[in-house]
Design a protein around this ligand. Structure first.
Ligand code: ACO
Length: 319
């Protein structure tokens, strides 16, 4: 038995914010600095009051619509997010309520920018065990809420959004292999090191990053885990039709593809328009490439994530 993606969906909030818009809002930067270092030209920011579960609901609705199935037939809902609406209940439970589903298992996964790959791997295990048959797997983030808008080294990098897939038990492939890893000793290079205690924020509630350390770690981790997934599925890197790496930065994406020996024309890139949407970036890019016809049935697609923790992982699919 396999688990197979039968629908994809995504959602971006309405406000498209260019680099020039950030400068107009008072960020001390330039379009040239952002574009040459990151490739980012625009990002989408959630409206005040718009939450991760709102974005996740819209992406899920579209994935269900593509698959042509009703929400009440879903028996597992996993949301990957580091920016949930509440401390609890989970964003997954809120999405479930909005979809009108009753009784599915629903929970969130926290693996930051690798969260969607973790969530997909978990859903695959549930389906392969035979306990569940139809899973909504969602990445949804409002990173704009945890950015220090006075820190130009981080606030220009991120955007908000959501992507979703519907995963089903199937006789045909399917997810061919998955690999997940973490190294908690690297937690300081990318973190939001605050918490809520006694009704107050204790520590720092904003995203902090050692950009150069992240860069080096991300390229090595993404290249290695991609090769590991190919080996596990017994295919060569040259058999991959599409690489969809986490969309953090064009230089990380280019360096990873080069290290893996994958030509640029096989890489799906959305970072220029979306910025880094953390757990949403991979399913957003997947949905875009499915809907514009680049990714078709039978093609081999490698999804890769890397993020705070540090966490990293990959999933190889026959779409
Ligand atoms: N605009 C203009 N100047 C800036 C900006 C900005 N937005 N941000 C920083 N600078 C300045 C700094 O102040 C510094 O100036 P100085 O030399 O006068 O002190 C100069 O640019 C260089 O700063 P660095 O931090 O050393 O810049 P670096 O070359 O490392 O580039 C960057 C920063 C783009 C973040 C880079 O480290 C990088 O690509 N890192 C990868 C991290 C990443 O993409 N993270 C995303 C999240 S992690 C994830 O998703 C896995």
């Amino acid at each position: 038995m396999f688990s197979r993606i039968v629908g994809t969906g995504s959602y971006l909030p309405p406000a498209c914010v260019s680099n020039a818009d950030l400068i107009a809002r008072g960020v001390d930067t330039s379009d040239e600095w952002i574009v040459t270092r990151t490739g980012i030209r625009t990002r989408y920011l959630a409206e005040p009051g718009q939450t991760s579960s709102d974005l996740a609901f819209e992406a899920s609705r579209r994935a269900l619509e593509m698959a042509g199935v009703s929400a009440d037939s879903v028996d597992l809902i996993i949301v990957a997010t580091s920016t949930p609406d509440f401390i609890f209940p989970s964003a997954a439970c809120l999405v479930q309520a909005r979809l009108g589903n009753r009784g599915a298992a629903a929970f969130d996964v926290q693996a930051v920018c690798c969260g969607f790959v973790y969530a997909l791997a978990i859903a695959e295990k549930f389906i392969l065990s035979g306990s569940h048959r139809r899973a909504l797997v969602i990445g949804a983030e409002v990173f704009s809420r945890i950015l220090d808008w006075n820190d130009r080294a981080t606030c220009v990098l991120f955007g908000d959004g959501a992507g979703a897939v519907l995963l089903e038990a199937s006789d045909a492939p399917g997810i061919l292999s998955v690999a997940l890893h973490a190294d908690g000793s690297q937690h300081r290079i990318l973190s939001v090191p605050g918490n809520i205690c006694g009704g107050q924020v204790t520590g720092d509630p904003f995203l902090r990053m050692d950009g150069q350390a992240v860069f080096k770690f991300a390229v090595r981790a993404l290249a290695e885990v991609g090769q590991e997934c190919c080996k596990a599925a017994n295919i060569g890197v040259e058999d991959i039709d599409w690489l969809i790496p986490h969309q953090a930065n064009i230089r990380i994406i280019d360096a990873t593809a080069r290290k893996m020996g994958i030509p640029p024309e096989k890489v799906v890139v959305t970072v220029a328009e979306h910025g880094n949407t953390s757990a949403a970036s991979v399913p957003l890019a997947l949905d875009l490439a499915v809907r514009d016809g680049r990714i078709g049935r039978g093609q081999k697609v490698m999804l890769e994530g890397v993020g705070g923790g540090f966490t990293w992982g990959a999933a190889l699919l026959e779409f």
